[in-house]
Design a protein around this ligand. Structure first.
Ligand code: TEU
Ligand code: CA
Length: 551
């Protein structure tokens, strides 16, 4: 397996809108990020992934781009970006941007031209049909075909109707994408996270979708279309190859069986991808507002099966949350009685799995889900059609509020909590989305001052991972796969065996029948006192080193 910088790096995802506001308009911006680069360098991450910073009407908070080569007005100017990039590089941080090219904004000049007529240079930059060709539904609810009076035809939008899908069958569209990628690469950008990239090749027969199960539709109708690998190979050749850059696919719809088709080292397509099997786990049809819960055994099985599928032939991006999902300490940990312990345990998991970890902003201080008191407090466009539908059908809106509180994307989008001043030091104005009321206790200032904080544990784990390369290139072996509460695995290379023990429960767990690690040396743990090597306290994480020639 080849060794390279993007396998050894740790990514930190920034959702700029909620990271830091520098000018008091209540919206995070590029200058705000620049002000905090020394904080991120102190944390010890290597690559910053910025969610979209391009010009946008913000129908989907930047995932609807109206000009790919200019900066969103609310976020600042190109000069601000140049300063951010230069300062990041000076601080030893790389920067990757968010490539949103499955669709553009309907306010992009391409779409405005395309809808003028059926015979201009941009007519075929999108998908237009005289009649609705099928029953496709948007990820955000409602029809995926919208009638346009001007063009007198329907256009396809897998997301909101302000996010028309680009027609990748058109070589001119592909050339436009490769050109904009090179524009940013020539500025020194270090790569891209690629938004819903498995969706860019459409099944042109436009077959009907099995709308009974939307995840089935995603996996078998929207994703992994007939030309997706051809397009990614062409993108690699035309855009990425001449540069030393990192490409991270958002692997929506990609199964473990299909994974190496995208990230196999011999494929020249993507460096890595993150998958949705654990992110959608317990969500019926992938709908985060229809949560049916999950078990640790299911999570362990997903992690194991993906490690086995990728092996040494490809590479994974490992995450437990991002701007689209509930906060990981609330969903996979215990954000009440054991918030600190479970946040540190999840950090241990993220940073000892095989693959490039991605830390989502605020995880390093254990930020949690939020429970705003009314539906009006929420912003996410993904909720709107469900809210309308429930209202129209006279359903229980309190139940819907509870579902949005538990699984909605805004859980991850409340402003980063910097200190205990008003609005947690995020802004001197009114924040675009309310700050989580727990900011008085959970904030960066407190975390920096507390040597036992989640932040300082992340710092320790990050430098530890750098020092012990087995966590990057070592084999992944699992023990006790059916234990309901303990996740026990090993990372091994030559004679170094690192044992990772994680107790995902509120109670003490005793472990039996595993390799003898009585001689193992404890390297890192999230509890100060250990009475018994084989008994794990609630949400206790430990990393041992066993140096023997056989285990
Ligand atoms: O998300 C793709 C995606 O399918 C989910 O993560 C999506 O947010 C969810 O299923 C909707 O309910 C990417 C971006 O990460 C997301 O923020 C954008 O909204 C979406 O694509 C459209 O660009
Ligand atoms: Ca601002």
């Amino acid at each position: 397996m080849t060794k390279t910088w993007w396998k050894e790096a740790v990514i930190y995802q920034i959702y700029p809108r909620s990271f830091k506001d520098s000018n008091g308009d209540g919206i995070g911006d590029l200058k705000g990020i620049t002000q905090k680069l020394d904080y991120l360098a102190l944390l010890g991450v290597d690559v910053l992934w910025l969610s979209p910073i391009f010009k946008s009407p913000n129908d989907d908070n930047g995932y609807d781009v109206s000009d790919y080569c200019s900066i969103m007005e609310e976020f600042g100017t190109m000069a601000d970006f140049d300063e951010l990039l230069a300062t990041a590089h000076e601080n030893g941080l790389k920067v990757i941007l968010d490539l949103v090219v499955n669709h553009s904004s309907d306010e992009h000049e391409w779409f405005q031209a395309s809808r003028q007529s059926g015979d201009n240079a941009y007519s075929d930059y999108y998908f237009w049909e005289k009649e609705k060709p099928n029953n496709w539904q948007s990820f955000f609810g409602g029809d995926a075909w919208e009638y346009d009076e001007q063009r007198e035809a329907y256009f396809l939008h897998l997301f909101t109707k302000k996010q028309p899908d680009l027609n990748w069958e058109n070589p001119k569209v592909r050339e436009e994408v490769y050109r904009l990628m090179r524009f940013w690469y020539d500025k020194g950008v270090d790569g891209f996270r690629m938004d819903v990239i498995p969706l860019i090749s459409k099944r042109l027969g436009f077959p009907d979708a099995p709308n009974d199960d939307f995840k089935n539709t995603i996996d078998n109708i929207y994703a992994n279309g007939p030309r997706v690998h051809e397009f990614l190979k062409e993108m690699n050749e035309q855009a990425n190859r001449p540069y030393d850059v990192m490409t991270v696919g958002e692997g929506i719809g990609v199964s473990k069986e299909q994974s190496l088709d995208y990230v196999g080292e011999d494929r020249s397509e993507l460096n890595m991808l993150y998958h949705f099997d654990h992110l959608f786990l317990g969500y019926e049809g992938g709908d985060r507002l229809k949560s049916s819960g999950f078990t640790l055994v299911e999570v362990k099985q997903i992690f194991r099966e993906w490690q086995e599928a990728i092996g040494d032939s490809g590479w994974l991006n490992v995450c437990l949350d991002n701007h689209d999902f509930a906060r990981m300490v609330s969903r996979f940990g215990n954000d009440q009685k054991f918030r600190k312990e479970s946040a540190k345990l999840l950090a241990t998991l993220l940073l000892t799995q095989k693959g490039t970890p991605c830390i989502y902003q605020g995880s390093e201080i254990g930020m949690t889900n939020v429970a705003f008191p009314t539906i009006e407090d929420y912003d996410d466009v993904a909720n709107l059609s469900t809210i309308d539908e429930w209202r129209a059908e006279g359903k229980d809106m309190e139940e819907l509020l509870r579902r949005i509180q538990a699984g909605g994307r805004d859980n991850a989008r409340t402003p980063v909590q910097w200190d205990n001043t008003p609005h947690a030091g995020f802004t001197t104005g009114q924040p675009w989305l309310k700050v989580n009321p727990n900011y008085a206790e959970i904030n960066v200032a407190n975390a920096l001052a507390d040597t036992d904080s989640i932040f300082h544990y992340y710092r320790k784990m990050l430098s530890f991972r750098k020092e012990h390369k087995t966590f990057i290139y070592g084999a992944y072996i699992e023990y006790l796969p059916n234990h309901p509460a303990v996740y026990f695995y090993e990372r091994a290379a030559e004679d170094k065996h690192y044992l990772i023990l994680l107790n995902f429960s509120d109670s003490t767990q005793t472990i039996f029948g595993v390799p003898d690690f009585s001689k193992a040396a404890l390297l890192i743990g999230n509890y100060k006192i250990i009475e018994n090597k084989k008994r794990l306290a609630p949400w206790e994480a430990r990393v041992y080193l066993l140096e023997v020639d056989t285990i």
